[in-house]
Ligand binder design. Sequence first.
Ligand SMILES: [Zn+2]
Length: 468
Amino acid sequence: MAVSLRDYQEHAVLAVRQAYLSGKRRVLVVLPTGGGKTVVFAHVAGATAERGNRVLILVHRRELIRQASRKLTDAGVKHGIIAPGFTPTKDPVQVASVQTLARRLEDPRYAAPDLIVIDEAHHAIAGQWATISAAYPNARLLGVTATPARLDGRGLGVDAGGCFDDLVLGPSMADLIQRGFLTPAKVFAPAEAPDLDGVRTKGGDYDAAELSELMSQPRIVGDAVEHYARHCPGQPAICFSPSVAHAEATAEAFRKAGWRAQAASGSTPGPERDAAIKGLETGAVQVLCSCDLISEGLDVPAVGAVILLRPTKSLGLFLQQVGRGLRPAPGKTHLIVLDHAGNTLTHGMPDAEREWSLEGRKKRGKAKAPPVSQCPTCFACHAPAPKCPECGHAYQRAERAEAEVMDGQLQEVDAARLESLRRRPLKDLLREATTRDQLTEIAKARGYKKGWTFHVMKERAGRQGALV
Ligand SMILES: [Zn+2]
């Protein structure tokens, strides 16, 4: 093998081997984004081929073929590619996209595999995956993912309607940050997260067209440009948009502010897309505004900031997007996350500890996000603490009490209410809040300073011409 494995990667490989030896046939490996999932499966594929067996590596999108192929080459594993434009080879390791393979299952040029590897295995429930595993019933399965859950929280285990019968858990993102394999992230979110109440859900996530419209408000895009200039001016940044048009408009807004920005999406021609990504590495492009294309797969260690403009219900998508910036690089002390989508408030800090199982989360659809505090002074998001780690803002007792409640068992009860108090437009909340207690609740949820409630009460009293 040309690439040596890190200790935790080696443990994962050993655990997979152990699982197969103990009679399991379909093993799912969980490693955080940036933990080297591709390195792990490339290693397993190479070792399997060396013992005379055939391996089929499946990726769910064509763009990911190249990445898998590169990692296999790095690991010294000779392989063929099953995709339009590639000549079939006899290599024992083959890489294919699900779409292509599903159309060529009957093709006699491809021998049945002994091991099927599924990259980004949280997608491994769609009909195409089922068709493929049904076509090769004798093959063992190895899935890899950073987030082993579906959008609705269901797990990927057989009992939950998925395909896997064993789980190998690698280290957490926090572990990898602590050991220096990933860069720590500083997250900033705007004072007001976008109001997603009216946005429809399509295919389990927010409707892209409606999101695009919502997130195109000049205030939001302008905020993104302003925060970039404030927190990470000139740093190579990737911006995630809900639509191609949104990515293009955002790039234009950055250019108008004097930054070198470019948009790229799934419909951008290959060479142009590659040039844009290369530009991020060389500095020719400062802000790459993307749609869909590169949530997974894009790998530029120099990236110092990610800008989230696409709210999502998918924890996986959120972590993948943040993960684009977590690779360490010389001189890089941390990643800046500008979360204009409010995803951190929905899903928790990227490096929060999360418990995974094959069954999935206990309550379907109700994601229990780890608690997050947002500093009212600098708008940093962080795990609940007495002081803001960014600016040192000391939380008032009331704010701290809230953080403590969120940290404990009571969190489940209040999470939805808290979320709505944080997300809904202030003017609506003010209209509904008639008592001091209700105002105090709003102030706490949104992290306003102690005098805010008093101020509102005073203003109201003044307007009514009477004392309350
Ligand atoms: Zn702060």
